[in-house]
Design a binder for this molecule. Structure first.
Ligand code: NDP
Length: 297
């Protein structure tokens, strides 16, 4: 079998287009554009790139982008005051504080200070709670993007065996919750799981969110499984090259020999994250303006 390559890049481009069109309709109905505020503390190069591309994607989706860049030494008090100002700003529908924060800042209390109705990252405990009891809130962008790819590929997930490898609050746990809500039979595996290979081998759906390059090989997989690879790992550079290759947590080529479908890295889950962030911002805008959220979002 040669697995179908799940094209997250193309799916994300279509989602961004839909969001862009709906944002124009929103602006007509509400008299303003949806707005996303992104707060970046410090000069971490990867975070600078993420924040830059989020800003560009927001503008391209016909939304307002407000970027706040603060120095590394910014105090907790100053950051909390900025979040409060954004919470009270009617032009801002979504607030994202780029993580990780410098070590002297308390990540949990900063996230807790964001209004849950503007928490488009879905990291606030209120939104985690809403997800776990089945109320509508905001779901973290990466697992929601994975879920969109899975339902697009498989349709109804009822009764399928799903194994999520990884139990972080931003990927593994919400992913498992979404799969459960879709009536899959869900196992969450992690670093203490015994005989991980045979646990993964049971799965019709494997979601790998670990951060270990090509950890899952073809021997771990059930024939015909659908694989969503969240991992982003950079291998050491080959001689003469400046940068190493990006790979996922799954050995793509060999897994493709047994799986039915698989996301590549890059070009799979990665592009979905920003697209879903824009989608969540537009949903927030509709809710904040008292308008119905369009169904196709
Ligand atoms: P975390 O480091 O927070 O969590 C990793 C999880 O993997 C933990 O639950 C850990 O278990 C588990 N784990 C570690 N080693 C093993 C092992 N040997 N066997 C089984 N489980 C193991 O990572 P994140 O959830 O934040 O991210 C996971 C990956 O996804 C990373 O590569 C990250 O770069 C990528 N990512 C990609 C995104 C995208 O947009 N595509 C967005 C977010 C993340 P334990 O809890 O026991 O320690």
């Amino acid at each position: 079998m040669t697995a179908i390559r799940i094209d997250g890049k193309a799916f994300a481009a279509k989602l961004r287009e839909r969001v862009g069109e709906s944002a124009l309709e929103f602006a007509q109905a509400a008299g303003r554009k949806p707005g996303l505020a992104v707060v970046l503390i410090g000069d971490d190069p990867a975070s600078q790139i993420y924040v830059g591309s989020k800003g560009k994607a927001t503008l391209a989706a016909n939304m307002e982008s407000f970027t706040h860049r603060l120095p590394t030494e910014t105090s907790q008090g100053v950051l909390l005051a900025l979040v409060e100002q954004l919470n009270n700003d009617d032009a801002v529908d979504g607030i994202l504080v780029q993580l990780p924060l410098p070590g002297h800042l308390d990540e949990q209390s900063i996230i807790a200070s964001i209004s849950p109705d503007k928490d488009v990252d879905g990291f606030h405990v209120i939104n985690a709670g809403r997800l776990s009891v089945g109320q509508s809130g905001f779901v973290p962008c990466t697992p929601l993007g994975c879920m969109m790819l899975l339902t697009d590929r498989l349709g109804d997930l009822s009764g399928l065996e799903a194994v999520v490898v990884g139990r972080s609050n931003i990927v593994g746990k919400p992913m498992a919750q979404l799969l459960l809500d879709a009536n899959a039979t869900v196992t969450i595996a992690h670093s203490r799981t015994k005989d991980l290979a045979s646990v993964v081998k049971r799965a019709d759906i494997v979601v790998a969110a670990v951060g270990r390059p090509e950890m899952i090989g073809k021997d771990w997989l059930k024939g015909g499984a659908t694989i969503i690879d969240v991992g982003i790992n950079r291998l050491p550079p080959e001689p003469g090259k400046e940068k190493g290759k990006l790979v996922g947590d799954v050995a793509f080529d060999e897994a493709s020999e047994v799986a039915a479908a698989i996301t590549p890295v890059p070009g799979g889950v990665g592009p979905m994250t920003i697209a879903v962030l824009l989608r969540n911002t537009l949903v927030a805008a509709h809710r904040n303006a008292g308008l119905d959220v369009p169904e196709h979002l």
